[in-house]
Design a protein around this ligand. Structure first.
Ligand code: FES
Length: 63
């Protein structure tokens, strides 16, 4: 699913960046250019980033 239409950034790409150590929205923005044009994706991108962080944190406790 596209999170940012202007820069063609998908949720899968965001997850991959998270796995590579991108931890903040600012870092994601610098890597992908997300939310740098119309900005309509900013809220959703931040939310997705937080969800992704929560999922990866909860995965630490599942063994
Ligand atoms: S949809 Fe992301 S900057 Fe426009």
């Amino acid at each position: 699913m596209y999170v940012c239409i202007c820069k063609a950034v998908t949720d899968k790409q965001i997850q991959e960046y998270r796995q590579q150590g991108v931890n903040t929205f600012q870092q994601l923005r610098e890597c992908t250019g997300i939310a740098t044009q119309c900005g309509k994706c900013s809220v959703d991108a931040r939310s997705f980033m937080q969800q992704s962080t929560s999922l990866s944190n909860s995965a630490l406790y599942v063994t």
